[in-house]
Design a protein around this ligand. Structure first.
Ligand code: CP
Length: 310
């Protein structure tokens, strides 16, 4: 089925067919990355602006490498070195960048809704690279890619989302895709960090099979996958509420004794202390492979969204 999206902002606009198209395209780009010469001309003559107004290691670097390998021209823009610190508005900033005839903006911002606002004023393709506590769609796509690679399939499984489900934007996006692909979900979190009620209700209204619990051992005993998230310190209203939640769950070898055999452990990273480093040598610990997969996935998405890959 033809891929027909100009933006990746609202994940509910993406169908299961769209997801499969992205995953298959990513598989092709994986082969490109296995060659000695890894560069292809797919985006030659295209200009991509990476506008990162919030820290990032994986998303930013994998987008930048993806753009280089696709032969795009990239501008890395954002943070304290721009005229926004002098008071320039987001709209004026975007209008100025677009006057240079750019083709795509990849945006990360601490405020939810910024990617949509940029799409409304820019006229170019916009990819949400994480907006506040709202969504992180490219992470969810690389998570799905990883699940298929690790498990051999992406439907009919049980996944536990463990940790900060309130502020963790990756699970907000992944929950939607997991529902669409026919998986059961268990939301395991401290009470203060529960999945926002509106997200749980929306997923259930779409037919999702969701269980909420604070019994992590029981959740892991029936799960094929566990997706762990860090307590998102930067999004708490104050240090006191963060201190109440930090360290409230840790995946270690002792906890894994209660888990289903062959459970796959995912984490969007960065990790703080919620997965003990002793777990890294467990065969099902897939979080660094997951980060690696982001590069192919973002190459595929850039190719499809610009219309350069059919
Ligand atoms: N997973 C993720 O978004 O990581 P970064 O914040 O390093 O980009």
């Amino acid at each position: 089925m033809a891929f027909n999206h100009k933006h990746l902002i609202d994940i509910t606009e993406y169908s299961a067919d769209d997801i499969m198209t992205i995953l298959e395209t990513a598989k092709n780009f994986k082969q490109v990355n296995e060659r000695r010469i890894k560069k292809v001309p797919t985006l030659k003559g295209f200009t991509v602006v990476n506008m990162f107004n919030e820290p990032s290691t994986r998303t930013r670097s994998s987008f930048e490498i993806a753009e280089k390998r696709l032969s795009a021209d990239s501008l890395n823009f954002g943070g304290s070195s721009t005229a926004t610190v002098k008071g320039e508005s987001l709209v004026d900033t975007v209008k100025t960048l677009c006057s240079y005839k750019i083709d795509c903006i990849v945006v990360r911002d601490r405020w939810a809704g910024v990617p949509r606002k940029i799409a409304d004023v820019s006229g170019v393709s916009v990819i949400d690279a994480g907006d506040g506590k709202h969504q992180h769609p490219t992470q969810a796509l690389l998570d799905i890619y990883t699940i298929r690679k690790e498990k051999g399939h992406i439907g009919g499984q049980t996944i536990t989302f463990l940790g900060d489900l309130k502020y963790g934007r990756t699970v907000h996006s992944l929950g939607y895709f997991m529902q669409q692909l026919g998986n059961k979900m268990i939301f395991a979190s401290p009470d203060e960090l529960k999945m926002p009620e509106e997200i749980t209700a929306e997923l259930r209204a779409k037919g999702a099979d969701i269980t909420e619990t604070d019994d992590v051992k029981a959740a892991l005993a029936v799960s094929d996958l566990v997706y762990v998230t860090r307590v998102q310190r930067e999004r708490f209203p104050d240090e006191e509420s963060y201190n109440r939640c930090k360290g409230s769950y840790i995946v270690n070898n002792e906890l894994l004794k209660a888990a289903k055999k062959d459970i796959t452990i995912l984490h969007p990273l960065p990790r703080v202390d919620e997965i003990a480093t002793e777990v890294d040598s467990y065969a099902g610990a897939a979080y660094f492979r997951q980060a690696h997969n982001g590069m192919y996935l973002r190459m595929a998405l850039l190719g499809l969204i610009t219309g350069r890959v059919q």
